[in-house]
Design a protein around this ligand. Structure first.
Ligand code: 5AD
Ligand code: SF4
Length: 455
């Protein structure tokens, strides 16, 4: 989501003359876009800001002004503190106000030009009007694109800061999403990754402004799959309790939907799920996985796990390990529990010692690596459609991703860059595969027909 937001901030600033640079010292403006989900993000931010203050001072010696802005969820959660502790910061803005950046930048540059003591601008409001209606038209870049369809969350898991920093749940109207997807497709985008903090809670209006016309993510995916040129669809990140029947059925009906679903579960223990306020039991998760695989036999899952949530016993952790083995997750984002100020989990009495968290995380990650390696090795000899979105380090090498997000390296003509082709997989390691192109798939994409999807 932050990658998407950073791109959109660049889009908002382009009309007033700003473009991205790779050389920090050349920058007339620096925006630090922050994430607050884990760790001591604010301490990290202040040390980064120190570097930018030095840069600002150096540029000032040459008569160049620099605007420093802090955006994102740390800004939302600790905006006033940032202004106080880092008075050289010109602008602090939350994730819901970046459409107002041009106005803030104008005010900041005017204040700097006038000399005098510059008071930082703070805009961390949750505006009534969604920012999406005020952003410039999206531009297609590359062959794979993020498309934000939903933001915020009303679930209040006891470990999570998102409902406080991103605000209430909001779904963009379907026609707006389809409009952006069509711009992407026309610009050569092959893969769209729908984004939302709680993306399967999506319920966008079919007709903008018409209350009661809402439809869910399953419907939206069907409409997106109809767009010519869109060959791959994925969505991130979902909650098990929002996996409704329409969405599950979509996995069998829509060949463009990758046979790889990301469904965070966090823990394999009912007791911990309860304390996390996740609103489901582990049995429910097994049922959802069964239903998904019944729709599409080759479907595999990835997930998110938190180890060392307050009160997690050895038996609770063992239940998580059992779940990972049973579901055979191919991949996961796994984290040590990080108490977030202002969330109920941070106040729970039975915090787990750091060394226990470290040990559990290592065990869990080793298991996931072994499952991933096993899957990669079992892929040898198979052919899969690969979307080539990177040039490799070696001459004539392209790197792409299989439908299971495995990085795949091939020697191939640069004509395949940005395209999808069938690759026969010949070698494997824990985190990547090698192979050769067996067919130019540009005209007849694999995994595209219903027959193929359920074969
Ligand atoms: N500590 C550790 N991990 C967390 N996540 C969210 N909040 C925390 C926290 N306080 C993880 C969850 C979530 C992912 C985006 O980040 O696993 O699914
Ligand atoms: Fe955070 Fe996801 Fe829970 Fe919402 S559903 S509170 S975003 S973990």
């Amino acid at each position: 989501m932050n990658v998407y937001d950073s791109d959109r901030m660049a889009d908002v600033l382009a009309p007033i003359g700003y473009a991205a640079t790779d050389v920090p010292g050349d920058a007339d403006m620096v925006i630090v876009n922050t994430c607050h989900i884990r760790e001591q993000a604010s301490e990290k931010l202040f040390s980064e800001l120190g570097r930018f203050r030095n840069m600002k001072n150096k540029r000032a010696e040459n008569g160049d002004a620099t605007v420093i802005a802090v955006a994102g969820c740390v800004a939302q959660a600790a905006g006033a503190e940032i202004i106080k502790r880092a008075p050289y910061v010109d602008i602090v803005l939350g994730p819901q106000t970046y459409h107002r950046l041009p106005e803030m930048v104008a005010r900041a540059t005017r204040a700097q030009a006038a000399g005098g003591k510059n008071k930082g601008i703070l805009d961390i409001e949750f505006p009534e009007e969604p920012k999406f209606d005020h952003l410039p038209q999206i531009q297609a870049k590359g062959s794979s694109a993020f498309l934000s369809v939903q933001e915020g969350c009303d679930k209040f898991c006891t470990f999570c800061v998102v409902p406080y920093t991103r605000g209430a749940e909001y779904s963009r109207p379907i026609e707006d999403v389809l409009g952006e997807a069509k711009i992407f497709a026309a610009g050569g985008v092959k893969e769209i990754i729908l984004l939302g903090q709680n993306v399967n809670a999506y319920h966008g209006e079919k007709t903008k402004g018409e209350a009661g016309s809402e439809a869910g993510l399953g419907y939206l995916l069907h409409r997106l799959a109809e767009i010519d040129g869109i060959e791959r669809l994925r969505y991130l990140t979902s909650h098990p309790i929002d996996m409704d029947d329409d969405l599950i059925a979509a996995h069998g009906e829509i060949a463009e939907l990758t046979p790889f679903a990301h469904l965070p579960v966090q823990s394999g223990s009912d007791r911990i799920l309860g304390r996390m306020n996740r609103h489901h039991k582990i049995e429910d998760y097994y049922r959802i996985v069964e239903k998904l695989v019944a729709q599409r036999a080759e479907l595999k899952l990835s997930s998110d796990f938190i180890v060392g949530f307050p009160g997690e016993s050895d038996a609770d952790f063992e239940a998580t390990i059992k779940l990972i083995k049973d579901v055979k997750f191919l991949q996961a984002y796994s984290f040590k529990y990080s108490p977030r100020p202002g969330t109920p989990g941070a106040l729970m009495a039975d915090q787990v010692p750091e060394e226990v968290k470290v040990e559990r995380l290592a065990i869990l990650q080793a298991l996931l690596v072994s499952q991933q390696t096993e899957f990669n090795e079992a892929s040898i000899g198979k052919s899969m459609p690969v979307l080539f979105d990177r040039r490799g380090r070696m001459d004539g090498q392209l790197v792409g991703r299989s439908p299971y997000m495995q990085p795949v390296h091939v020697q191939a003509s640069d004509d395949f860059y940005g395209e999808i082709a069938d690759v026969k997989l010949l070698s494997a390691s824990a985190n990547s595969l090698g192979g050769e192109i067996v067919s130019d798939d540009r005209l007849t994409p694999s995994f595209k027909t219903k027959e193929r999807a359920s074969a």
